[in-house]
Design a protein around this ligand. Structure first.
Ligand code: GDP
Length: 295
């Protein structure tokens, strides 16, 4: 699984096979390779530095186990630390009075609308929840229609489209419909933009204030690497996110964005989007991402 880094560390540790404990010198040499691996995986520099320092502290002085090589031992320490930093998978919080509002935020093209339908389908099939979805995107005329089509595909209700309503009015109508018609969860798919702008943030913050969501999930594209970190920081500062759904994990991204976003925002990655199909959604497994990051 970690052939890339294992191979490189193997060279460094060849000479050390019969020594007792990992010395500072050995570990420093290994950490140079780890640093390169993390940077290649698109982990943000401050996070790389923090990680390397932490692992160094833990590795120096450790007795080399008989059963594995020093290189494998360092890989294990690195891997275990990565898993720890990535955090456990956390379920979507539904602990609120029904209908529980879930706010979906993110840039246009991140996979927000698809992810809204994926989560709705999961809540319906796995948790037996009655879910209502509403698109608050009044700028892209096709957006509300897109969610409706997805809803029909997965058998999840969408709020009837009323032309001319603003996002807050739609959100309030969605919650009111949710209350009157006995829905458990109301998913609100907010409008995205191609880049972060003040108007988008103000609109999302206003919807948040009007709906008091139990979850504000940021949908971020794993393929965008370091940009995803900027997006996460911005949304977290201006809107306050409670978790992250990382999409396009089926692509060839090395997953560094996951570690950076987790570390920099302190918010858990809750779900992974693993493909275009509507059932391609997985709970977050730190192991899987750690393996990818190490390459
Ligand atoms: P939005 O603008 O953020 O609402 O993005 P959409 O939901 O419309 O998704 C944009 C494109 O990304 C669509 O073609 C989706 O099928 C695709 N997409 C969404 N999630 C994933 C994913 O996890 N993996 C892959 N490969 N494609 C995805």
């Amino acid at each position: 699984m970690f052939e890339g880094l294992t191979g490189r560390l193997g060279d460094i540790f060849d000479k050390l096979r019969r020594r007792g404990a990992l010395t500072e010198e050995d570990v420093s040499a290994a950490m140079r390779e780890v640093r390169v691996a993390l940077l290649e995986a698109d982990v943000a520099l401050p996070v790389v530095k923090q990680f390397v320092a932490q692992v160094k502290e833990r590795a120096v002085g450790q007795e080399v186990l008989r059963s594995i090589s020093p290189g494998q031992q360092v890989i294990k320490i690195v891997h275990d630390n990565l898993v720890e930093m990535l955090g456990e998978g956390v379920e979507i919080n539904l602990n609120a009075a029904a209908p529980v509002p879930i706010l979906m935020v993110g840039l246009q093209g991140s996979g927000k609308t698809t992810s809204t339908a994926k989560i709705a389908l999961r809540l319906k099939t796995k948790e037996r929840k009655k879910v209502l979805m509403a698109s608050l995107d009044v700028r892209r005329p096709a957006a509300q229609e897109q969610l409706k089509v997805l809803g029909e595909q997965v058998g999840v209700a969408t709020l009837p489209i009323v032309p001319g309503q603003d996002p807050i009015a739609i959100a309030k109508r969605a919650l009111e419909t949710g209350r009157l018609e006995g829905y458990d969860v109301v998913m609100l798919d907010t409008a995205g933009r191609l880049s972060i702008d003040e108007e988008l943030m103000a609109e999302v913050a206003a919807v948040r204030d009007a709906t008091k969501p139990a979850e504000t999930l940021l949908v971020a594209d794993a393929m965008t690497g370091q940009d995803a970190v900027t997006v996460a920081t911005n949304f977290n500062d201006k809107v306050g996110i409670t978790g992250i759904m990382l999409t396009r994990i089926d692509g060839d991204a090395r997953g560094g964005a996951a570690l950076s976003m987790r570390q920099i925002t302190g918010k858990p990655i809750k779900l992974l989007g693993t493909g275009e199909k509507i059932d391609e959604l997985e709970p977050f497994h730190p192991d899987r991402i750690a393996g990818r990051i190490l390459g």
